[in-house]
Design a protein around this ligand. Structure first.
Ligand code: SAM
Length: 216
């Protein structure tokens, strides 16, 4: 029996229904975000759980996210950190950053999360100065898709040996897919060809790349 678009939709909905179990705070978050005028472009709950699991497999001291939106993925990431671990998350839109700040507090992770406001490529140099090289356990890239290669170049030296890099939408978004010449192809090939990383892209949702900086 072939994989059809209908079957793929069924499986995607099934995965969200079964995995993970309901979460009172996160289940209502994106409805609140929509009501506040934010777009519905957060990761799905199964990808959220994947983020939490992956963070928890690292040392869990420091995580970095590009693209906060409403704080949905950030809360999953924060829940995978050590109790004293910290997430730095970067957001360009003031409305999104202010909404997310409230949600981080409500989710009980406010003390662990710092929102850096600004365009990722503008603020990454100061973040790099602050955290230092090879200090970050986990990175999640989910901001401007065409900028992913530049994010990788800026973030690569910050990732600890054994640390993880995860990126969403590596096969596409509603705005364009990889077979249509969509922009993440360059990023995927850059990470895949990097001798310091083991990398794979899973077909979960719109494609989730997972790469691990090889331990030296
Ligand atoms: C796909 S959404 C992030 C979703 C979020 N990671 C989640 O799953 O809950 C992308 C976010 O990146 C923000 N953004 C857009 N351009 C940006 C830039 N240059 N630097 C940082 N953030 C940016 C958008 O405002 C939006 O909130």
């Amino acid at each position: 029996m072939p994989m059809t678009p209908e079957r793929w939709d069924f499986i995607s909905n099934y995965a969200t229904e079964v995995f993970p179990p309901a979460d009172d705070h996160l289940d209502g978050l994106m409805d609140r975000a929509r009501e506040a005028g934010l777009p519905s472009i957060a990761v799905s709950s199964d990808v959220g759980m994947l983020l939490k699991i992956l963070v928890s497999l690292t040392d869990g001291h420091l995580a970095l996210e590009l693209g906060t939106l409403a704080g949905y993925s950030g809360i999953w990431i924060a829940r995978g950190l050590q109790p004293n671990g910290k997430l730095i998350t970067v957001e360009y839109e003031t409305l999104h950053a202010e909404f997310a700040e409230r949600e981080f507090e409500m989710a009980g992770v406010g003390d662990q999360v710092e929102i850096v406001r600004g365009a990722a490529l503008d603020v990454l140099p100061s973040i790099a100065d602050k955290v230092g090289s090879e200090s970050v356990d986990f990175v999640f890239i989910d901001a401007v898709k065409s900028e992913y290669p530049q994010y990788f170049e800026a973030i690569r030296p910050l990732i600890k040996p054994g640390g993880l890099l995860v990126a969403d939408n590596v096969y596409g978004t509603g705005a364009g897919w990889i077979d249509e010449g969509y922009g993440t192809d360059k990023f995927n090939r850059l990470v895949a060809a990097d001798p310091d990383f083991d990398a794979v892209a899973t077909p979960m949702r719109e494609g989730v790349l997972i790469a691990r900086r090889k331990a030296t």
